[in-house]
Write a protein that binds this ligand. Structure first.
Ligand code: ASP
Length: 631
């Protein structure tokens, strides 16, 4: 009873053939003594019919079949009468009249039904992942992932890249997270680290002359459970020699173009737009803006001076003071900021709706959010004016004092606002907070107003996928807690040439040769041109607080390799999970990983991590110290 075809293959032209199918019972219905069994495998479903004139034994067995029994059927392909043709089904023109039926294995009572998309709770889906993976949605997504991986390999190979594996038992490669450690049995007290990325190995491959490298690489990062993180995930890791930033960017543009064309028949634009990091923050309040909608933020600072809004004036004045203070210790900061967002046509938002938006801003440290509405003047006919909320600070008061009468019209035309629009304002003595907090409001509005709904654009259209490059990131970030500079990406990034001379005296203004690829509000890839000069690398180590001995101990193998003719090089690493997730229109990477952990880094199916035998611990020279409950 080995299958001769699959459940997704038979057409009208096959009528009259005798076939054997293997698969799972998707549904089994009985109508007037006739069993209609919908048989499923990964290729599709086929309707199997056990006619009323079938031998009694066959009919009895058919009646017993429960959902998800694994069965084999031999039967005759029969064209369905025209009225019964199901155009929604690939095999909808035919049915298979069963002659022989064998139950290969039975199925227990199911924890949830196998639907197109399971609506069971996530924990249950993960515990019975093998069943969850049978759903049509998971089957499609796992196939898409396989297709994407293949298309990546195909494109990279066609463009002269070598696929090279790097070790997964390594000396730590820092990417800003904690390492997963593997104790060594042979060397008591010593540990391997699992790679947070193949970063240092791929750079060393450049020193070895493999000038175009890629790898579908598993990365491991021990981070706190937050958002949609997985302790292990997959990157399309890439490195190239003798290239500049533009070479890497166009290589990725062509890779994405190929992958989307090949797997989804979507034609992406040949070039993605480029936005400087500073501009991204000013316009969208984020370094990973969702560009499926515009709604750019505006600088409201210039209007504040003429207004009577003391809180806003204070934010700007305090910001200027802080800026002067920080400058004394060589730290460049942006000062204060007041930012505005015009929400088209939403002057009718209720107080409650506005409060919900304000709550989003407060998560990102905004002290509050002001608002006003653009209306058609007091009698509804005059020239547009500002009403409600904070508007009183931007208009003359009744006695003629207050803001000049010209200010409200100036604001309305300056912001490009129209009657019926809502204006939202966030001020802070730290410009970054004003930007990021209002940016969070923009993101929320994008979702609330349906701008991020994939169905807004036709299926297969490139507008569903808004790619952009964010470039010119700051190289260093000031760590207020530890009162020291950290690198914004990793420590191997090339500081742009023009800042190198003053790197130590003014780290805050140094831009790195860094680039991120963003897609629909997600960071899809990070990369950079790397340092290939051991002296410059040591200067960066020193700046972020590694003393030379410590740097030598941790990364000496890299700087030593650089002494033997290191080529200029750079690279990038798009996240495969995120890429497939966004292509599939999903919002969690768990939907595109066969066996993901839950949000607390636990695998519900096999209950990893788990305790191990004392013998294993002894061999590894490990001892578990349990803290008292009270601690
Ligand atoms: N190794 C980097 C990361 O994982 C990517 C890169 O710079 O190529 O973020």
């Amino acid at each position: 009873m080995k299958r001769t075809t699959t459940c997704g293959a038979l057409k009208k032209a096959d009528a009259g053939k005798t076939v054997t199918l293997n698969g799972w019972v998707h549904h089994n219905r009985n109508h007037g003594g006739i069993s209609f069994i919908s048989l499923r495998d990964r290729y599709g479903t086929t309707q199997v019919v056990v006619d009323s004139d079938s031998p009694a034994e066959l009919a009895a067995l058919a009646a017993e079949l429960k959902n998800e029994y694994c069965v084999a059927v031999e039967g005759l392909v029969r064209a369905r009468p025209d009225s019964m043709v199901n155009p929604a089904m690939v095999t909808g023109e035919i049915e298979v009249v069963a002659k022989k039926l064998v139950v290969l294995t039975k199925c227990e009572v199911l924890p949830f039904q196998i639907e197109a998309e399971s609506d069971a709770k996530e924990e249950l889906r993960l515990k019975y992942r093998y069943l969850d993976l049978r759903s049509e949605g998971m089957q499609k997504r796992i196939k898409l992932r396989s297709d994407v991986t293949f298309a990546v390999r195909e494109h990279m190979m066609a463009n002269g890249f070598y696929e090279i594996e790097t070790p997964t038992f390594i000396k730590s490669t820092p990417e800003g997270a904690r390492d997963y450690l593997v104790p060594s049995r042979l060397y008591p007290g010593k540990f391997y680290a699992l790679p947070q990325s193949p970063q240092l190995y791929k750079q060393i491959l450049m020193v070895s002359g493999f000038d175009k490298y890629f790898q579908i690489a598993r990365c491991y990062r021990d981070e706190d459970a937050r958002g949609d993180r997985q302790p292990e995930f997959t990157q399309i890791d890439i490195e190239m020699s003798f290239v500049n930033r533009d070479d890497i960017l166009s290589m990725i543009e062509s890779l994405m173009g190929h992958v989307f064309q090949k797997t989804m028949n979507v034609a992406l634009p040949a070039k993605f737009r480029r936005i400087a990091y500073d501009d991204a923050l000013e316009l969208y309040g984020s370094d990973k803006p969702d560009l499926r909608f515009a709604m750019e933020m505006r600088d409201f600072g210039p209007y504040v001076e003429k207004s009577t809004f003391q809180a806003f004036k204070d934010a700007l004045a305090n910001g200027a003071d802080e800026q002067a203070e920080k400058a004394k210790i060589g730290v460049t900061v942006a000062g204060g900021g007041v930012k505005a967002l015009v929400v088209p046509g939403k002057a009718d938002y209720s107080r409650k709706q506005i409060e919900e938006l304000e709550a989003a801003a407060k998560i990102y440290k905004a002290k509050g959010m002001a608002w006003m509405k653009v209306t058609a003047g007091p009698d509804g006919k005059g020239s547009p004016t500002l009403e409600g909320g904070a508007s009183k600070f931007f208009k003359p008061s009744e006695d003629g004092s207050g803001a000049p009468a010209t200010l409200a019209p100036e604001i309305i035309s300056g912001l490009g606002a129209k009657v019926g629009d809502l204006i939202l304002l966030v001020a802070d003595s730290k410009r970054r907070i004003a930007n990021v907090a209002l940016g969070a409001v923009r993101t929320k509005l994008g979702k609330d107003l349906g701008f991020c709904d994939p169905s807004r654009f036709p299926e297969g259209s490139a507008q569903r996928f808004e790619f952009a490059w964010i470039v010119d990131f700051p190289m260093f970030e000031y760590n207020e807690e530890e009162q020291k500079w950290d690198t914004a990406h990793h420590m191997f990034t090339w500081p742009q040439e023009k800042y190198q001379a003053t790197m130590e005296t003014d780290p805050g203004s140094v831009k790195g040769d860094l680039y991120d690829l963003v897609l629909n509000g997600f960071e899809l890839a990070s990369g950079s041109i790397r340092i290939h000069d051991p002296d410059l690398q040591n200067r960066v180590f020193r700046l972020v607080g590694f003393d030379p001995a410590e740097a030598e101990k941790r990364f000496g193998f890299l700087t030593t390799a650089f002494k033997y003719g290191a080529p200029p090089h750079g690279g990038i690493a798009p996240g495969l999970d995120r890429l497939v997730m966004l292509m599939a229109g999903e919002t969690s990477i768990k939907e595109v990983i066969a066996f993901p952990k839950n949000s607390f880094a636990v695998s519900r199916m096999d209950e990893a991590p788990s305790e191990v035998d004392q013998k294993q611990l002894d061999e590894l020279h490990l001892q578990i110290v349990r803290k008292a409950e009270s601690e």
